[in-house]
Design a protein around this ligand. Sequence first.
Ligand code: SF4
Ligand code: F3S
Length: 112
Amino acid sequence: MTYVVTDNCIACKYTDCVEVCPVDCFYEGENTLVIHPDECIDCGVCEPECPADAIRPDTEPGMEDWVEFNRTYASQWPVITIKKDPLPDHKKFDGETGKREKYFSPNPGTGD
Ligand code: SF4
Ligand code: F3S
């Protein structure tokens, strides 16, 4: 089992989550983060830290696709362990649906 980052992180990227992870398994893309499913120890402490409510356990229905999404980009992006400013328009995008189709960038972020 793992936790995964889902749609509402995209274009917001608050990064509150990264500071509480005991195994440093968050990875940074240009406009979202992902969790490495093989590194996450399923502790759950990151879930309530996300202001966008974007972190979910993979036991919820419909999460299979997000697990693969997280796994794919965790292997391509740099690790992030230190909180940084959210994206400039995070308030505008927080709560919008279908952000992956509309805004997702596969480019890496800058990491720590
Ligand atoms: Fe890290 Fe725990 Fe969140 Fe997994 S559930 S990403 S180990 S804080
Ligand atoms: Fe994204 Fe929430 Fe972390 S918006 S960066 S999963 S705090």
